[in-house]
Ligand binder design. Structure first.
Ligand code: NAP
Length: 515
């Protein structure tokens, strides 16, 4: 416990990341009476994924009625699957409505954070040397936030334009160009049809095919939007239906594969039928058909992706790339295709550059990243870690409840509320999850995952980011959405140690500004 003449931290809380996770956490802190907080964001705007990504075709792939805060419904989504720009506007609206902007600091990358036990506070350092002290540290740095550029020999020697999907050049005109896209993940599935409409030639380099199911997308007519606005219950009901469908497809069939193999197979059959309907050529169909089970890797939704490959200007290349030359790409069969522009739809680095996104040292100098790698990835209820007092890690192992990121965030908000209320009730200065509780949670998720497609299905060729380097599927929380929410609202408070009373001589009174 800290000495009584300890220094008071400048902030009650520092949140790293101004995406929907960080904003949700800030909203919860404010509900708990914590106004003196800083939200530090490395990019130049808020919205996280929806600020960074603005490639053509970007849209949510979870129906918008579900992919939004349940306490802040937006009746005005233009489509069932809203385009990315609407998500960005929604993020701006949330920041304004909940008065979050004044806490935000942009263009500042956090380099490291360490627990200062003598003063019971976090010291948080930016790479420009700025130091903040805070009672609570919250990391909301996202899962899919560190762009991955593949180590293909010669890739940096390419003399044409190289564009990563997370660094899109708005307005880039592909008309008349020979374009290569590397990658066939969810991002590529959205982008490829758009580029195909402009490019003279588009060559898609596929290493692993993706399961694609039909997208039941449509414009939400104005009168329906007006009804959602006037009678919010109608939108809530629509959300429930959307949640239930997603739960079946994305959660039950994946996490309870052993019990619901038929459901999983039905989803694969739906995707296969979709492919058959859209691609008459059996050879092309075979190339586009995954050889791993549905759900090993995140499936996606599209009505346009497959048909794009029937266009005369689009070519699917599944021979592996061996080299990039200044003017083109060489594949293992020795063929070289000259290109003008190289588009990298190569996704994100989850397990090396993330978890955590910067160095975090807790009590006794425990280094979170090293500890996770040495002792298995773990976090109690996907949010707290032993030896890391007053720390909420929002993008943790086992935190993602497979339905929608918003379910994850809201579950975490419930957890924060319950815990912070108890801290206040006890007049404690720190909370820390008990080792035994953390171990019990880890054992529980490990046991539950035994039923999942990850360990019962055939995932060996999926190259899925759900798996870490040790081959463990430590990203998703193996619970139904309702089950995860229930746990987040009712976890035993005895799973935490609380320490206090407040050691600081003065109050934490600095104004709530970014720096
Ligand atoms: P991703 O799913 O990780 O896909 C990356 C693609 O790049 C894969 O096809 C991968 O092939 C390929 N790739 C990587 N390195 C390669 C290499 N060295 N050689 C050849 N190919 C290589 O990333 P993403 O498409 O950006 O999607 C990530 C996630 O973002 C999605 O699963 C989804 O959750 C989310 N997302 C959501 C939306 C939305 O909601 N609107 C849109 C886009 C993305 P392998 O599979 O063989 O590794």
């Amino acid at each position: 416990m800290a000495a009584h003449n300890a220094i008071a931290p400048a902030y009650e809380a520092v949140i790293v990341g101004a995406g929907f996770g960080g904003m949700g956490a800030a909203i919860e802190l404010k509900r708990q009476g914590i106004e003196n907080l800083a939200i530090v964001e490395r990019t130049d705007g808020l919205g996280g994924t929806w600020h960074v990504n603005h490639y053509p075709g970007l849209a949510v792939d979870i129906a918008s009625v579900t992919y939004s805060y349940s306490f802040e419904p937006n009746p005005y989504w233009s489509r069932l699957f809203a385009p990315g720009a609407e998500l960005k506007r929604y993020a701006e609206h949330v920041a304004d409505k909940y008065d979050l902007r004044r806490h935000m600091s942009f263009g500042e990358q956090i380099a490291r954070a360490e627990w200062d036990g003598a003063n019971s506070m976090w010291r948080v350092f930016s790479d420009d040397g700025t130091e903040r002290t805070a009672r609570f540290l919250l990391t909301a740095t996202g899962f899919l936030s560190q762009p991955h550029t593949p180590e293909i020999p010669g890739i940096h020697t390419f003399a044409g334009r190289t564009i990563h999907t997370t660094d899109w050049e708005d307005g880039h005109d592909f008309t008349g160009e020979r374009v290569a896209v590397i990658g066939t993940g969810a991002t590529a599935v959205q982008l490829i049809p758009e580029i195909a409409r402009q490019a003279a030639d588009l060559i898609v380099y596929q290493r692993t095919p993706i399961w694609v199911v039909p997208k039941l997308d449509f414009v939400i007519p104005r009168p329906v939007q007006a009804m959602f606005a006037r009678v919010p219950l109608t939108q809530r009901a629509t959300r429930l239906v959307s949640n239930a469908l997603l739960e079946l497809l994305m959660v039950t069939g994946v996490l309870h594969y052993k019990q619901f193999t038929f459901g999983n197979k039905a989803a694969a059959a739906l995707a296969a039928a979709h492919l058959r309907r859209q691609i008459p050529d059996a050879g092309l169909r075979k190339k586009l058909t995954p050889d791993y089970d549905f759900g090993c890797k995140r499936p996606t939704f599209s009505n346009e992706y497959f048909t794009t490959f029937t266009r005369a200007n689009v070519h699917l290349q599944d021979t592996s790339i061996v080299k990039v030359d200044p003017d083109g790409i060489i594949t293992a069969d020795g063929a070289k295709v000259p290109i003008d522009t190289l588009v990298l739809a190569t996704g994100f680095d989850l397990w090396d550059a993330n978890f955590p996104a910067f160095e975090i040292r807790g009590r006794e100098g425990r280094d979170l990243g090293k500890w996770w790698r040495a002792e298995r990835f773990q976090a109690y209820e996907g949010i707290t870690v032993p030896k890391f007092p007053n720390f909420f890690t929002l993008n943790s192992p086992y935190s993602y409840s497979g339905l929608s990121y918003f379910t994850t965030i809201e579950g975490q908000m419930h957890h924060m509320a319950r815990l912070l209320r108890e801290v206040k009730r006890r007049k404690a200065v720190t909370f820390e999850v008990a080792e035994e509780a953390n171990t019990r949670f880890l054992e529980d998720v490990t046991r539950r995952l035994e039923s999942s497609v990850f360990y019962n299905g055939d995932c060996s060729t999926s190259r899925s980011y759900y798996f870490n380097h040790a081959g463990e599927a430590t990203l998703l929380r193996p619970r139904s959405t309702a089950g995860a929410l229930r746990e987040m609202k009712n976890f035993p408070l005895s799973d935490y140690h609380f320490d206090g009373p407040t050691p600081w001589s003065g109050a934490i009174a600095n104004p709530a500004v970014g720096r």
